[in-house]
Design a protein around this ligand. Sequence first.
Ligand code: SAM
Length: 355
Amino acid sequence: MTAARGTDGVLVDRYGRVARDLRVSLTDKCNLRCTYCMPAEGLPWLAGPQLLSDDEIVRLVRVAVERLGVTEVRFTGGEPLIRPGVVGIVAAVAALEPRPRISLTTNGLGLDRLAPALRAAGLDRVNVSLDTLDAARFARLTRRDRLADVLAGLAGAAAAGLTPVKINSVLMRGVNDDEAPALLRFALAHGYELRFIEQMPLDAQHGWDRAAMVTADEILATLRTGGDASTEGNARSGGDAGTGFDLTPDPAERGAAPAETWLVDGGPARVGVIGSVTRPFCGDCDRTRLTADGQVRACLFATEESDLRGALRAGADDDELARRWRAAMWGKRAGHGIDDPTFLQPARPMSAIGG
Ligand code: SAM
């Protein structure tokens, strides 16, 4: 399918997809060191002047909302809660007309403390990343002994009304792939919505291995059987290992949502699987991304970026910024191409793009 070039209005690409969901990275830094994301020593972080200021972020989001048809804004990172101005940025975006829906993806550290202020500022909901319920395993996986803080963050988000609170989990073979049923039981018990995400080739260390990846099909099969009752991990997690879930396709319209969802034991509770690698949804993708240093990316896996920070600091007006943003999105590729033999992992890792 081809489309009319987007010189005016929305962020359309040559395949006719329209981007309405903006992911904004507030920082490339993080206070965890998840082994599948970055090395123990961290990464060469962006220097202060390279980062967009709070006002620059709000201006670009305003251009996206007022001129480019963006209706959803998700703040991410790195870890967005470590940006000092996060509450003010949320408040400024919530004051835009038309008001976008606003969400935030976080590792949950400090969320119990910040949730009420974020809610009051206009944040609608959060996604919290949690890959294990076992404290020792959490410390190994994230290189920080902070499981209790994440659990407090989840509870704080729910108490502040940042609902539905969603949990993102990445399963890795031999690391936490035995925990899918326990994670789902935990989510059901607390009223959180769980989504499993297939691991993608976006790690700073370039250690991703397709053959080792836990696939969407495997995750669903494990949930249906309840996993292996004899595994140490399940026992440690306190789940009723061995009792499977009845998963039926969710009749709700999926739209551009990356997660395929299933009703659990007849519903209304649901579980989602984001099969980015084995069940790509690029044809329905409605995302545009802004990095913490002001680069537009049409795709997580794009190898090209379009510099809005330079234009903005050189005095570009809103029309010019909108024109550049449209041009960047017009060139969005049909798909991420992970299965293509010529696939090249983008230079920036997930943490620097904004996951
Ligand atoms: N710090 C925040 C957090 O932890 O949610 C936001 C940034 S983090 C990069 C966003 C999400 O990306 C997390 O759920 C994390 O597990 C996930 N992630 C990181 N690397 C990934 C990879 N290679 N494949 C799939 N998901 C990944």
